[in-house]
Design a protein. Structure first.
Length: 263
């Protein structure tokens, strides 16, 4: 079971700005606003941007080469679509953009490979004896794992973020020591950026994964529908997401210092 979790972690990684001060001028006046708006130092603190989400996406490829720059994939394979580079300021995602992000994570080619590997491991370990053996059993393992992945992405990247107006993206801190950045990456499990230019409790992560674990009870065998089994799936997924955040946080450093920005 341990090697299954480790492999799941590796394959599923499919995903500290400096303080800034904004000042505005009154229309027709050359005098600055005496009360500039101060933005928090964390990368989750949003800044109002005149550009649209589409324009931000187009300009992403023109981001200068600096430490903390994220890539769309880790090692050129694993999806990293939800990671935002250090100091990159983006407008809130629209409902359509959140839906598209969820679809990218769920139906990327690597997702089908990931699900296939998990299904093979689960069958080898006979995780669910009710599925029996052979090719029909592998098919059952496959669609159950695919459903779990889709449920989780649907709840944490689209439905809950739309309902609570939360931003499902990961904003890279990129500065400080390993302990500070590790703490920050794990804290994003319970703190997230909102669409209203602030931070809030991460309902999408905690409640969303809990809802996904509950939904799985409708298609798993009756022996797997207990509170204990459901809770285990919930806690495991949150833990995997925390590890995923940590990998996303240090990926720019690995890519720069070890792979020399090859990926």
């Amino acid at each position: 079971m341990m090697h299954r979790i480790l492999l799941s972690i590796f394959v599923s990684l499919a995903a500290g700005a400096s303080p800034c001060v904004l000042s505005a001028q009154q229309s027709g006046s050359s005098e600055p606003d005496p009360h500039p708006l101060e933005i928090a130092a964390l990368p989750d603190a949003p800044a109002a941007m005149p550009q649209t989400a589409a324009q931000a996406t187009q300009s992403a490829g023109q981001t200068p080469d600096y430490e903390g720059k994220q890539t769309r994939r880790i090692l050129g394979i694993i999806p990293n679509f939800r990671s935002v580079s250090v100091d990159q300021k983006l407008p809130p995602l629209s409902h359509r953009e959140k839906f598209n992000l969820m679809m990218e994570d769920s139906f990327d080619y690597s997702s089908f490979i990931y699900v296939g590997i998990l299904a093979g491991i689960a069958q080898t370990e006979n995780s669910y004896p009710e599925f029996h053996h052979g090719a029909p059993a592998y098919a059952r393992y496959y669609w159950h794992n695919f459903a779990d992945t889709l449920d989780g992405n649907l709840m944490t990247e689209f439905l809950m973020p739309v309902a609570t107006r939360e931003d499902p993206r990961y904003y890279t801190l990129g500065r400080g020591g390993l302990i500070k950045r590790t703490g920050y990456s794990l804290s994003r499990l319970v703190i997230t950026r909102t669409d209203r230019e602030g931070n809030a409790f991460n309902f999408s992560e905690i409640v969303g994964n809990g809802a996904a674990a509950g939904i799985s009870c409708f298609y798993y065998p009756s022996q797997e529908r207990t509170w204990t089994k459901t809770g285990q799936r919930w806690v495991t997924q949150v833990g995997l997401d925390g590890f995923s955040n940590f990998i996303k946080e240090i990926w720019p450093d690995l890519n720069s210092k070890i792979f020399h920005n090859k990926y």
